[in-house]
Design a protein around this ligand. Structure first.
Ligand code: SAM
Length: 269
């Protein structure tokens, strides 16, 4: 298969990557055959995966809108994914042209594509980084010069923590980031949950691990709540994705896949 011009030289086109599989689930165009096959396989086990992913994206947009409206002017979006429609910088800068955004992802395609679309945007940048090494990540974010660490930030970890198995101690990594941000900051988290469909989620997890060598960890509500630490959940709390401050359009959609994700926004006092 020929390497498309948007794919960096070192990308392995024969192994699915979570970023590209998610892009395929959203109907995006930055994925390979192997990613589309993985997305189709996952969807054969859990048919509402694509509508769950779309609902998760809409949550991200509502959360960024909410934070921008209450005065948050800088955002760090970790596990940002391959840019699609309504990315964090577009939503934030639409309401506040001065809003600054740093995207972080471990995936080369995600970072290359984000860097390309941000070429003319002085207030946003993309860096390659790994949530499993939060100290290094904080240095990388600081080097962009876009984030003032003495001021509140909107820290997004949307649909990324379930890619980190417990062996990587994601709760410790998230705690390091929570400690690093200034009082007044918010953390935005969405996470795949085993809460309502234990059997089906266990089946999907083991199929994806076996077939695609990807860890997909569906966590329980108490486990997901732990990621917020002592941050105070803003109303309505930790809820199914479509139930987080739904706008009229969200209420209209009534997403069937909503129970796949639990989401919330926590506030550091
Ligand atoms: C399912 S996508 C979510 C994208 C976006 N946040 C959203 O919700 O629409 C998860 C992203 O997390 C990235 N990711 C996975 N492990 C990571 C890690 N250890 N550090 C940083 N990013 C990671 C993947 O490359 C992928 O782009």
């Amino acid at each position: 298969m020929l390497r498309p011009d948007w794919a960096p030289e070192d990308v392995d086109m024969d192994t699915p990557s979570p970023a590209r599989v998610y892009d395929a689930l959203l109907g995006g165009s930055h994925n390979f055959k192997v990613d589309r096959a993985a997305a189709a396989h996952g969807t054969s086990i859990m048919p509402d995966l694509p509508i769950g992913a779309a609902a998760n994206r809409r949550f991200l947009r509502r959360a960024v809108t909410f934070l921008t409206e209450i005065g948050v002017t800088q955002f760090v979006d970790i596990g940002a994914g391959i840019p699609t429609v309504g990315n964090t910088h577009e939503v934030a800068q639409h309401r506040n042209p001065d809003a600054r955004v740093v995207y972080v992802d471990i995936d080369a395609v995600a970072v290359a594509h984000a860097t390309a679309i941000l070429a003319d945007n002085e207030k946003a940048a993309a860096v390659r980084g790994d949530l499993r090494t939060p100290g290094v990540l904080l240095d990388d974010i600081s080097r962009t010069g876009l984030i003032d660490s003495s001021q509140p930030v909107g820290l997004l970890m949307v649909a990324v923590l379930h890619l980190l198995p417990d062996t990587y101690a994601p709760e410790t990594a998230v705690a390091t980031l929570r400690d690093a941000v200034a009082p007044g900051s918010h953390v935005v988290i969405s996470h795949l949950t085993s809460e309502s469909r234990a059997e089906q989620t266990a089946m999907l997890s083991s199929a994806v691990a076996r077939r695609d060598r990807v860890s997909l960890v569906f966590r329980s509500r108490p486990q997901i709540a732990t990621f917020f630490g002592d941050f105070q959940l803003v109303p309505p709390g930790l809820v199914e994705v479509s139930g987080w401050r739904p706008d009229a359009a969200e209420r209209e959609i009534q997403v069937a896949g909503s129970s796949l994700y639990l989401v919330g926004v926590g506030h550091k006092h």
